[in-house]
Design a protein around this ligand. Structure first.
Ligand code: SF4
Ligand code: SF4
Ligand code: SF4
Length: 480
C-alpha cells in the first residue's frame, strides 16, 4: 500500500521556470536543479541525495532574467577541442565537443601565492606553485592553436606581479598572435616597487586593477587591510606611465554597494581609467560564511548605480553580453566629449534592438556594419580604450558625435559580471562560457566551472607536486 504523504509546501506564486543541472555545494556531486521565479527574483533550488536541499539567489530581477533570453547569440564553435564526452557536463572539461562557445578571453594563472591575504578570494591564494616560462609558453601556443587568432590573454594568480618571471611571460604573449595582453593585479607591487614598475610599464600591458571602493573600511572588510592609499598610488603611477586601466570592484552585500556609484564617477575623472568592472563577490574558494539567499547579483549593482544621486549611468544603459549566457554579464559604453559630457551609447543607438537575436533577423533596416561593430563591443573579449573600441566609430557613424578622434581616451566601459558559485552553478551557462583558464596539460577549462566544480583544487595539487621545470602537453584531437 502506498502511503499518503503531505506535499512539501512551496511559496505562493512561485513559478518553475526551467530545469537544469548544478552541483551540491557540499560534495560537488552533479545534481538536477530547478530555476524558480518568485517575488520578482530568480532562485536555484536543488537537492543532493546525501546533503539535502539548497537554495540560492541567482538574479534579483525575474522579468529581466526571462526577457534576456532574446540576447542569446548563437555560439561559435571552438576551432579545436581537447577532451571527449565521457561523464557529461561539467565533468569533461575541456574544451569538450559539447561546449557551445569559443574562448574570447583566456587566463594564465602564473602562481598561487599572493602579497595579500584577503578574507574573500575565489582563488584561495596561498603557497602552491609558480609556473615556469616554458610552461607558460606552452599554454600560449596552445591558446593560439585552439583559437587561431585569439583576442585576449590575461595573466592572473594568486598575484601575478610577484612572480619573478612575469615580465618574460608578458613578452612571450606579446610575441604571439594574441591581440591584447592584460595583467590582473591587486596593485600592491605597482604602488611599492618603482624600479620593477619601470620595466613592467615599458611592456605596456593592459591593467585590470582590483579596486573595491574609496574607503579604507571597505578594504578592511574585503581585503583584510586598509589599502586605499596603496590603490591610489598605484593608479597615479599607472597614469604617469600612460597605461590603460579597468578598475575591478568586488561588491558585497552590506559592505560596499554604496560605493558602486562613486567608483564609476571616480573612474570617469581619473586619467588612467578606461572602465569599471563590477563583480558581485564570488562565494567560491575562500570566503566568510554567507547567506546564499541574500548574495549580490547584477540587478543589485545596477540598483546601487541608480541610487547614486549624481550618477552618470543608469540601469537602462546596460545591455547583456550575448556571446556568453546573457544573464552572466551586462555592459555599457559611453563616449566622453571635450566639454566633460558622457554619452552612453544605448541612449543614442538602439543597441538592444541590434543585439536581439530572436527578432532582429527579420527587422528591416538593421545595418550589418553596425551590428558587427556592436558585437565587437558587447563581447567578453572587448578591451576598452584599445583599437577594438574603434568599433564605436562605426556604430556611431550616423550620429552627430563631436570629435571622433583619439578614441582610446574617449570610450568608457562599465561592465557587470556575476560569476557562478557552488550555489548558483548552472551547466547551461557553463556550456556557453567564453572565458577559459589555460592548463599546463593543454586543456582549457571554462572559468566558473574551474572555480566551483573542483578543477582548481585538482590543478593546484598537480602543479604543486610536479618537479619544477617539467612540462607535459597532451596530444590533442582536432575538432570534430
Ligand atoms: S563546461 Fe564546456 S568543456 Fe566543460 S564539460 Fe561542460 S560543455 Fe564540456
Ligand atoms: S583576492 Fe586577489 S589579492 Fe586577494 S588574496 Fe586572492 S589573489 Fe590575492
Ligand atoms: S565566466 Fe562564469 S559568469 Fe562569465 S561567462 Fe563564463 S559562466 Fe558566465
Amino acid at each position: 500500500m502506498i502511503p499518503t504523504l503531505a506535499p512539501q509546501p512551496r511559496p505562493e506564486g512561485e513559478i518553475l521556470h526551467e530545469l537544469t543541472r548544478s552541483i551540491c555545494p557540499e560534495c560537488r556531486a552533479v545534481i538536477d536543479a530547478q530555476v524558480l521565479l518568485r517575488d520578482d527574483q530568480v532562485y536555484m533550488r536543488k537537492r543532493c541525495e546525501i546533503h539535502g536541499w539548497f537554495e540560492g539567489l541567482i538574479y534579483a530581477d525575474a522579468r529581466a532574467y526571462v526577457e534576456q533570453a532574446k540576447y542569446n547569440k548563437p555560439g561559435q564553435a571552438p576551432k579545436r577541442i581537447s577532451t571527449e564526452v565521457l561523464k557529461g557536463c561539467p565533468l569533461d572539461c575541456g574544451i569538450c565537443p559539447e561546449h557551445r562557445q569559443h574562448t574570447c578571453l583566456a587566463l594564465v594563472e602564473v602562481n598561487s601565492a599572493c602579497n595579500l591575504d584577503c578574507p574573500v578570494c575565489f582563488a584561495n591564494a596561498g603557497a602552491g606553485f609558480n609556473l615556469t616560462v616554458p610552461e607558460v609558453e606552452g599554454m600560449l601556443d596552445r591558446f593560439v592553436e585552439l583559437e587561431e587568432h585569439p583576442e585576449v590573454v590575461q595573466f592572473s594568480g594568486g598575484e601575478p606581479t610577484i612572480h619573478p618571471d612575469l615580465l618574460e611571460m608578458i613578452e612571450a604573449a606579446q610575441q604571439r598572435d594574441i591581440s591584447y595582453v592584460m595583467v590582473n593585479t591587486n596593485g600592491v607591487r605597482i604602488a611599492n616597487d618603482p624600479a620593477w614598475f619601470e620595466r613592467f610599464a615599458a611592456l605596456r600591458p593592459l591593467i585590470y586593477l582590483q579596486f573595491d571602493g574609496l574607503t579604507d573600511k571597505t578594504y578592511q572588510v574585503i581585503r583584510g587591510e586598509p589599502l586605499l592609499e596603496t590603490k591610489l598610488r598605484a593608479l597615479d603611477r599607472l597614469a604617469e606611465a600612460d597605461l590603460h586601466v579597468v578598475l575591478v570592484a568586488a561588491i558585497e552585500r552590506d559592505v560596499n554597494e554604496h560605493e558602486a556609484g562613486p567608483i564609476v564617477e571616480f573612474g570617469l575623472g581619473h586619467p588612467a581609467v578606461r572602465g569599471v568592472m563590477f563583480q558581485p563577490v564570488t562565494h567560491s574558494g575562500r570566503h566568510p560564511d554567507h547567506d546564499p539567499l541574500r548574495r549580490m547579483t547584477i540587478p543589485d549593482v545596477m540598483r546601487a548605480l541608480d541610487a547614486h544621486p549624481d550618477g552618470t549611468f543608469r540601469s537602462s544603459d546596460f545591455v547583456p553580453i550575448p556571446c556568453c549566457s546573457p544573464t552572466c554579464s551586462s555592459v555599457t559604453y559611453a563616449y566622453l566629449g571635450d566639454e566633460g559630457e558622457v554619452i552612453p551609447l544605448p541612449r543614442i543607438l538602439e543597441v538592444d534592438q541590434y543585439l536581439d537575436y530572436i527578432t532582429n533577423r527579420s527587422v528591416p533596416g538593421i545595418d550589418r556594419d553596425i551590428l558587427h561593430a556592436l558585437e565587437g563591443l558587447w563581447s567578453a573579449g572587448s578591451v576598452p580604450g584599445e583599437a577594438q573600441s574603434e568599433a564605436f566609430v562605426c556604430a556611431a557613424c550616423d550620429l552627430d558625435l563631436p570629435a571622433l578622434t583619439d578614441l582610446s581616451r574617449r570610450i568608457f566601459m562599465v561592465q557587470m559580471r556575476d560569476f557562478l558559485d557552488p550555489w548558483t552553478f548552472d551547466v547551461k551557462k557553463a556550456m556557453k562560457c567564453c572565458i577559459g583558464i589555460l592548463q599546463d596539460d593543454g586543456r582549457m577549462i571554462p572559468f566558473c566551472t574551474y572555480n566551483t566544480v573542483g578543477y582548481r583544487e585538482e590543478t593546484r595539487a598537480r602543479l604543486a607536486a610536479r618537479r619544477r621545470g617539467s612540462r607535459e602537453i597532451r596530444v590533442l584531437e582536432p575538432a570534430l
